[in-house]
Write a protein of this length. Structure first.
Lengths: 114, 116
């Protein structure tokens, strides 16, 4: 597509429920990144993919968080048993390759856990 | 490890005046440096980058930034601010080294408020 697309744009969920956040990168971009932006804070790196592989998952905040990417395209970030501290804007970005200069970001998914 | 500091949470400037948003960084080797802007309810938009070459880089919307290796800084500047420049600005760094991580590290962001 023309840009990085994220869905849903807004998600309100009850504490303890599971949520799935979707990222559709720019066509042909092999690298994909997930960041989290909490209220009043900067961007926290979560995970990146090179193709379908995520070599380093140490940025994920807890084992309730997981991510996958299929077909070298769409990625899903899953949060199980959501907690209130998971409330944030989740941003996805893609780049042509891992060593490309800079990213193109999506508009983000605003997650609110009530 | 790489890190970025944006020492000002907010910068206030009058329309027509010059603006500066400060950024300092720390990397083990040489840096790639970036500025992004975020408007309300939007993702981050790329403004400009320093990869190599001239220390003064020009970007979108009349913004520019100067790479200063001795001061490890990459301050964002614009000669004449517009009300429409009001947004959240993020500085980011990536180490050029062969063992560098593959992600950008972002500063905490600086909110720019331009008053008419």
């Amino acid at each position: 597509g023309a840009g990085v697309s994220q869905s849903p744009s807004n998600k309100v969920t009850e504490k303890g429920k599971d949520v799935e956040l979707r990222c559709d990168p720019i066509s042909g971009h092999t690298a994909l990144y997930w960041y989290r932006q909490s209220l009043g804070q900067g961007l926290e790196f979560l995970i990146y993919f090179q193709g379908n592989s995520a070599p380093d998952k140490s940025g994920l905040p807890s084992d309730r968080f997981s991510a996958e990417r299929t077909g070298g395209s769409v990625s899903t970030l899953t949060i199980q048993r959501t907690q209130q501290e998971d409330s944030a804007v989740y941003l996805c970005a893609s780049s042509l390759a891992l060593n490309s200069y800079g990213y193109t970001f999506g508009s983000g998914t605003r997650l609110t856990v009530v | 490890a790489q890190s970025v500091a944006q020492p000002e949470d907010q910068v206030n400037v009058a329309e027509g005046n010059p603006l500066t948003v400060k950024c300092t960084y720390s990397v083990s080797g040489n840096p790639y440096l970036f500025w992004y802007v975020q408007y309300p309810n939007r993702g981050l938009q790329f403004l400009l980058k320093y990869i190599t070459g001239d220390n003064l880089v020009k970007g979108s919307y009349g913004f520019e930034a100067e790479f200063n290796k001795s001061q490890t800084s990459f301050h964002l500047k614009k000669p004449s601010a517009l009300v429409s420049d009001s947004a959240l600005y993020f500085c980011a760094v990536r180490d050029k080294g062969p063992n560098a991580g593959n992600m950008l590290t972002f500063g905490g962001g600086t909110r720019l408020m331009v008053k008419p």
